[in-house]
Design a protein around this ligand. Structure first.
Ligand code: SF4
Ligand code: SF4
Length: 400
């Protein structure tokens, strides 16, 4: 499974918020000429230009999460060299390099989000149902991934690490072979299950530690990271900030595959580069069929947290209208975190955000199992996202 490269688009749209946290400040203005790798946004994270070209706009534009976010639009200069011009990324300590390179996890958290003592690192190498970019990265870059993992272990003082991979994945043997000399790194095979990325479950199953509600794995001495972050750390050590992402393009496209994409590339361009849509697209979903977000425009860009694009035609889409909640509690049984999705839905719907917070809405990992199982076809995840957004807005207001 080779990762394919695609043609760079004529224009990229780079949102100044690609992480969990406040929007970064723009460091560029309309008319500025930027180089690939140049820092263009700073704040809680760092954002770099993925291309060389001219800034043509800094304005609020559609974002894969469904809201509008301040973004930098860059028109690529014809014939412009896509040379990386790192800003001190190859020197200094790894912690500084990771921070400077703007490396974040697929869930939007910073890879180095803690200064707590860490004894174990878990790398989640599992894939969701329709996305396979983790496996593709491990097959194409096994040595780079292990290099970064060892560097990260040294940085945080972890004595052991685990790479978790599905039983039937081609990457399992490759990574086992790659880690044979390292007695502190173990590759663990896990059966396919959904959702695969639940940090608390990984910590419980792999590190044998329970994470109490309100705590994080880091509080228990465990750092959970990703295959994508390992590749990004390798790139950063070699002077390249997080400006590219490997994503899976699946569903009704001419050539479904894993592709390396410049951050900021509109998803419509990515789909075209994968052979275009087979038929009329009815839904384009970013980040997986169950937990992803359906897009209303194909002009939203690929960002650091994008893991895949799924294209569906009318025959793939279930258009049953939602009905009222019947309190069957199927969603409660399905929730891997032990939340009460039907109550979160109701409270978010009536803008009772305090009650959502009391019911730990922020612990929701947006896996989509509750919505998948709901006989009333309620858009529970969208409503939970709305509830989280409402809480964040209220917190911002309290701060100002
Ligand atoms: S599964 Fe749907 S209908 Fe049943 S309790 Fe949950 S939200 Fe209500
Ligand atoms: S999306 Fe639904 S099932 Fe998944 S964690 Fe959130 S509330 Fe639970």
């Amino acid at each position: 499974m080779k990762i394919a490269t695609i043609k760079t688009p004529d224009q990229v749209i780079i949102p100044l918020q690609q992480h969990a946290g406040a929007v970064c400040n723009s460091l560029v203005s309309v008319g500025d000429i930027v180089s690939a790798g140049q820092l263009i946004g700073d704040g809680e994270s760092r954002i770099h230009s993925s291309v060389s070209g001219e800034v043509t706009a800094v304005s609020e534009l559609p974002h894969p999460t469904g809201k509008n976010v301040p973004s930098v639009v860059i028109n690529i200069h014809e014939g412009a060299e896509k040379e990386i011009e790192p800003e001190e990324l190859s020197t200094g300590k790894l912690r500084h390099i990771i921070r400077e390179a703007g490396i974040i996890e697929p869930n939007g958290l910073s890879t180095l989000r803690t200064k707590a003592e860490i004894d174990t690192i878990i790398i989640n190498g599992t894939n969701t149902d329709d996305l396979s970019s983790n496996a593709a990265l491990m097959l194409d870059y096994p040595a780079e991934i292990v290099y970064s993992l060892k560097a990260l272990m040294e940085l945080v003082g972890a004595k052991k690490a685990f790479i978790v991979i599905e039983l039937n994945s081609e990457a399992l043997q490759v990574m086992r072979t790659e880690t044979i000399p390292d007695r502190n790194i173990k590759v663990i095979a896990t059966p396919m299950y959904y959702p695969p990325g639940t940090e608390d479950v990984l910590v419980k199953n792999v590190a044998k530690k329970k994470v109490p509600r309100g705590s994080t794995p880091e509080d228990r001495g465990v750092l959970v990271s990703s295959i994508a972050a390992m590749k990004a750390i390798y790139d950063a050590v070699h002077g390249i900030p997080m400006i590219k992402k490997v994503i899976t393009v699946a569903g009704a496209v001419g050539s479904p595959r894993n592709v390396l994409v410049d951050i900021g590339t509109p998803i419509g361009h990515v789909i075209e580069e994968c052979g275009g849509c087979n038929g009329t697209p009815a839904k384009i979903i970013v980040n997986g069929a169950i937990s992803g977000t359906a897009q209303y425009t194909d002009q939203v860009p690929v960002i650091k947290t994008t893991t895949g694009i799924l294209v569906q035609t009318e025959k793939d889409v279930n258009r049953e209208p939602p009905a009222p909640c019947i309190n069957c509690a199927w969603c409660v049984d399905a929730c891997p975190i032990g939340l009460m999705p039907h109550l979160l839905y109701g409270y978010a719907d009536s803008a009772e955000f305090d009650r959502c917070a009391d019911l730990y809405i922020d612990d929701c990992i947006e896996c989509g199992l509750c919505a998948y199982i709901c006989p009333s076809k309620l858009p529970i995840v969208q409503m939970i996202r709305y509830g989280k957004h409402g809480i964040a807005e209220a917190e911002m207001e309290d701060l100002s």
